[in-house]
Design a protein around this ligand. Structure first.
Ligand code: EPZ
Length: 428
């Protein structure tokens, strides 16, 4: 099992490239099941989760894989669906063994029942950051007329043809909105999604589906309207940059007092993060299709509350907590999306941070310095946060269980090394 070893104290500078967005690539790959033929996706990040989704599609009979070669070529994928495209007939089943490794596999449910009339998909179960039920996904699909049963840990869904309906989500859910939106694209009639998620990845998925021939309006707002069509076509699509990776790299510049240009990055996708970095004393400017961050000599404390987009993203909570751990003053962080997303706190405290947690609230008393230590990653964003802490700490930090990191960051240690960090991956 790999470890990432960081020796702190280096000021980062230079330019760094942001990969395609994991949380856009996953629903987009799943959406290929909506249309037979050859789909081409570009700027697909080389991540464990993306490779799992490709495996899920292959398990169903599709031909799905990366283009040979290195660099840009290797970031392109082709998915062939259906016998006419030279693949096998789609077997509408996502097995437990794959879904338990990546809960986003549940995103095949909507496309399968809409396009193939039935689906058998393993229930995802809980994860380190929370219970994460899928009741809203099922509520939406039932409203479109799917007959859904839970048996032996699987969701069994059937429908001759889905029909349009109004769905009011009780809770804003990103993948729930995406699953039902994909299903509604092929339903008979008009669907309205109320209290829908507004994340840029939802908008990106709607953009792709409309290129495939869907009729979706309002994505990016909490009211999405989908006029169902009879058929969709495969397309060639390039995936947008990862705003969470971009945010993580901006924090790397801020915590080392560095000067870094992170690109490509879409400023509007990061408004809430940029605002907090500025409150902490960073200079953030748009430049050359990216964002430049100049970190201050002394960071200022600020408070953070995670909410749905366009509010502050929960996927940046751990990274900003590390920044506040070395800021001047006390910050209050409130995690309102997931009930168990403070697993990184105990590890940061081992490095000398002063953080107390009480339910959804964490009080962070800034300290002058952190000390390097062996620490353990518990989930994807926590692993990135521990590496950021290592960049600032005195001495050597060893982050273990970095398989979490590889699920959502493409060779982060190499990117940081390219900016001057003393960081490397070691096989433990
Ligand atoms: C997506 O997860 C992202 N994953 C997560 O990113 C991200 O943290 C999350 O949205 C919130 O922004 C992908 O896009 C693949 P939700 P998702 O459904 O869709 C509750 C990362 O680090 N809920 O919006 O699973 C749920 O328990 C990952 O890249 C229900 O109660 O999140 C949570 O408390 C981690 N019932 C809240 O809603 C449901 O049916 C938001 O979850 C669905 C969700």
């Amino acid at each position: 099992m790999d470890k990432i070893v960081v020796t702190g104290g280096k000021r980062l500078s230079g330019e760094v490239e942001v990969s395609g967005a994991k949380n856009a690539a996953l629903p987009i790959l799943a959406s290929s099941l909506l249309a037979d033929g050859e789909h081409t996706y570009r700027n697909v990040p080389d991540l464990a989760d993306v490779n799992t989704m490709l495996k899920v599609l292959r398990t169903m009979g599709c031909e799905a894989g990366r283009h040979p070669g290195t660099g840009k070529a290797a970031r392109s994928c082709t998915v062939r669906v259906g016998e006419q495209a030279g693949a096998r007939k789609v077997i509408p089943e996502a097995p437990y063994d794959l879904v338990r490794t990546m809960r986003a596999s549940v995103l095949v449910l909507g496309p399968l029942v809409a396009r193939h009339g039935r689906a058998r998909v393993s229930m995802p179960g809980g994860c380190a950051i929370g219970a994460r039920p899928i009741d809203q996904h099922l509520k939406g699909l039932r409203a479109l007329g799917a007959d859904i049963h839970l048996t032996e840990g699987y969701v069994e869904a059937r429908a001759r043809r889905l029909r349009g309906a109004t769905v009011v989500f009780d809770k804003i859910t990103v993948t729930g909105t995406e699953n039902v939106m994909m299903a509604a694209a092929l339903a008979r009639g008009r669907t309205v999604l109320e209290n829908a998620a507004r994340e840029p990845e939802v908008e990106e998925l709607a953009r792709l589906l409309n290129k495939m021939g869907a009729k979706i309006s309002g994505a990016g707002t909490n009211l999405i309207t989908i006029q169902g069509v009879d058929e969709l076509q495969p397309v060639d699509h390039a995936i947008l940059p990862d705003r969470i990776e971009a945010g993580t790299l901006l924090v790397a510049a801020a915590i080392t007092g560095g000067d870094v240009l992170v690109k490509p990055a879409v400023p509007e996708h990061l408004d809430a993060v940029i605002q907090k970095l500025r409150e902490a004393g960073c200079q953030i400017s748009s430049e050359a299709g990216g964002l430049r961050c100049k970190g201050p000599r002394v960071l200022r404390s600020t408070n953070i509350t995670t909410t749905e987009h366009p509010g502050f993203p929960t996927d940046m909570q751990a990274q900003l907590m590390v920044l506040m751990a070395v800021a001047d003053g006390t910050s209050v962080i409130r995690e309102h999306i997931f009930e168990n997303r403070y697993m990184h706190v105990a590890e940061l405290d081992r490095m000398g941070a002063q953080i107390t947690v009480d339910g959804p609230t964490a009080v962070v008393r800034g300290v002058k310095k952190l000390s390097g230590a062996p620490v353990m990653a518990s989930d994807l964003r926590a692993s990135a946060a521990l590496i950021l802490a290592g960049l600032r700490a005195e001495g050597r930090t060893e982050v273990s269980r970095v398989y979490h990191l590889d699920r959502g960051y493409e060779r982060l240690e190499r990117k940081l090394h390219g900016l001057g960090a003393e960081v490397r991956r070691v096989r433990a």
